[in-house]
Design a protein around this ligand. Structure first.
Ligand SMILES: C[S@@+](CC[C@H](N)C(=O)[O-])C[C@H]1O[C@@H](n2cnc3c(N)ncnc32)[C@H](O)[C@@H]1O
Length: 256
């Protein structure tokens, strides 16, 4: 199986073709469900955008603040050239494990389709998948959502998404797999892709402490100090790609 977790694999692949390409679900298939969770005025980030047309379709539909990152400079160069001059749609080379050019808590919605999967089924890069989720959490505003689109069933993805340090609430939404070609017939028990809607919690306000006379003056803790400090750091192209996506699934079966 190719190493889907390696930037070299993706650069080679996009060098062979940087034409628009969609993993799992295309815009027509998921625009309605996406529309339930995203609003045109929101700040949106796509991680591992590849050469998907979903960001540009959303931009055409009136979404005007969209950032897209991918660690493949070949994919990003192609996207920058294809969409040059479009307002509100930006493409930047970036590793989703560390996107320091973006400020903490700056996005209303972060969307992933198959980037996390590439790392999970890559070469057992579970640490990398976890690092991506940590970075997604850093970038989400409190109460904001991460939309994870994957072939991974709940029992395979919840263990990643339910990390206690993230504290996300997770809603599962099966997405019927598109019937691609006769080469990739429907497999019983694997009729769906999945959308996981992960919501970052809004921190509770620390209760007000009674200030006893004298304490405030003699260096006693000021109201809320400490309590409010930071928490501790902690694919539908017609054709063969359906098979590649299945191959990803197989790979994971063998490795988990
Ligand atoms: C299976 S493709 C999906 C592309 C696109 N999201 C789609 O749905 O068509 C996975 C993409 O994730 C990118 N990727 C994998 N690991 C990444 C990482 N750590 N940071 C940024 N991009 C990554 C790859 O370069 C590739 O473009």
């Amino acid at each position: 199986m190719p190493n889907y977790g390696s930037v070299d694999y993706w650069n080679d692949r996009y060098t062979q073709s940087s034409e628009p390409f969609e993993w799992y679900q295309d815009y027509t298939a998921i625009s309605t469900v996406l529309g339930e969770f995203i609003q045109p005025e929101q700040k949106i980030l796509f991680i591992g955008c590849g050469t998907s047309v979903i960001p540009s379709e959303l931009n055409k539909a009136g979404f005007t603040d969209i950032d897209c990152v991918d660690f493949s400079e070949v994919a990003i160069a192609a996207m920058q050239e294809r969409y040059e001059g479009l307002e509100g749609l930006r493409f930047t080379v970036g590793d989703a494990t560390s996107l320091s050019n973006f400020e903490a808590e700056s996005f209303d919605v972060i969307i992933d389709k198959a980037c996390l999967d590439a790392q999970i089924c890559g070469h057992l890069e579970k640490d990398i998948a976890n690092a991506i989720l940590t970075e997604v959490n850093r970038l989400l505003k409190p109460g904001a959502i991460f939309l994870e689109i994957t072939y991974g069933e709940p029992e395979r993805r919840h263990p990643y998404l339910e990390r206690s340090d993230l504290g996300w609430t997770i809603e599962d939404r099966p997405l019927p797999r598109p019937v691609v070609t006769t080469e990739t017939p429907a497999v019983e028990g694997r009729e769906n892709h999945f959308l996981y809607i992960c919501t970052k919690p809004i921190p509770e306000e620390a209760p007000e402490e009674e200030v006893k006379e004298g304490e405030a003056e003699d260096g006693g803790e000021k109201e809320g100090s400490g309590e409010q400090d930071e928490a501790e750091p902690t694919e539908v192209q017609e054709g063969d790609e359906g098979a590649a996506a299945e191959e990803q699934g197989e790979g994971e079966e063998q490795t988990e």
